[in-house]
Ligand binder design. Structure first.
Ligand SMILES: [Zn+2]
Length: 166
């Protein structure tokens, strides 16, 4: 039996140090992660595809009315918060290196309704987030707010390390 619960919570923090993993875009198998170099993990041994894609897998701290806990959020639910795919977010943070550090400011205290599922694997530490519904009427996904911040700051050089050639 799956134990599922729905909670109202505020988002305390998201951990972006290791927020995504790579799968084959054709067969969806997880590709081995590499510690150095990128070439080794983009080729799928099973279907011979060379088209990897990134999916979100993010640890988040949330506060409910009774407790603070760490949960793990996978791709579908995370996309609601970020407003773009993990690939798009990855490239966005490459272009705007400081954007990732602003994510927690953007999300600070965001009120959410989350559906949490206890994982089948008893060794798994964290409950999984299977859906997220933002409760604030003015909620905007992270990518929208970050794009706004970064374009506003671009002329000051606050959000980008490019364009220093001139
Ligand atoms: Zn494949």
């Amino acid at each position: 039996m799956e134990a599922t619960e729905t909670v109202l919570c505020s988002l305390l923090a998201v951990d972006l140090t290791d927020y995504c993993y790579r799968v084959c875009s054709r067969c969806q198998r997880v590709l081995p992660s590499d510690n150095n170099g990128l070439a080794s993990s983009s080729f799928c041994k099973f279907c011979k595809s060379k088209e990897p894609k990134l999916l979100y897998r993010i640890l988040m701290s949330i506060a409910t009315d009774t407790s603070v806990k760490t949960v793990i959020c996978f791709d579908r639910a995370a996309t609601v918060l970020f407003g773009c795919s993990a690939d798009e977010f990855f490239h966005f943070t490459k272009l705007n290196p400081l954007a990732a550090s602003k994510v927690n400011q953007v999300f600070d205290g965001e009120m959410l309704r989350m559906t949490l599922t206890r994982p089948h694997n008893r060794n798994a530490q964290h409950m999984r987030v299977t859906s997220i519904v933002p409760l604030r009427s003015g909620f905007r996904p992270a990518i929208v707010t970050l794009t706004h911040i970064c374009s506003k700051n671009a002329s000051l050089g606050n959000c980008s390390t490019t364009n220093h050639s001139s």
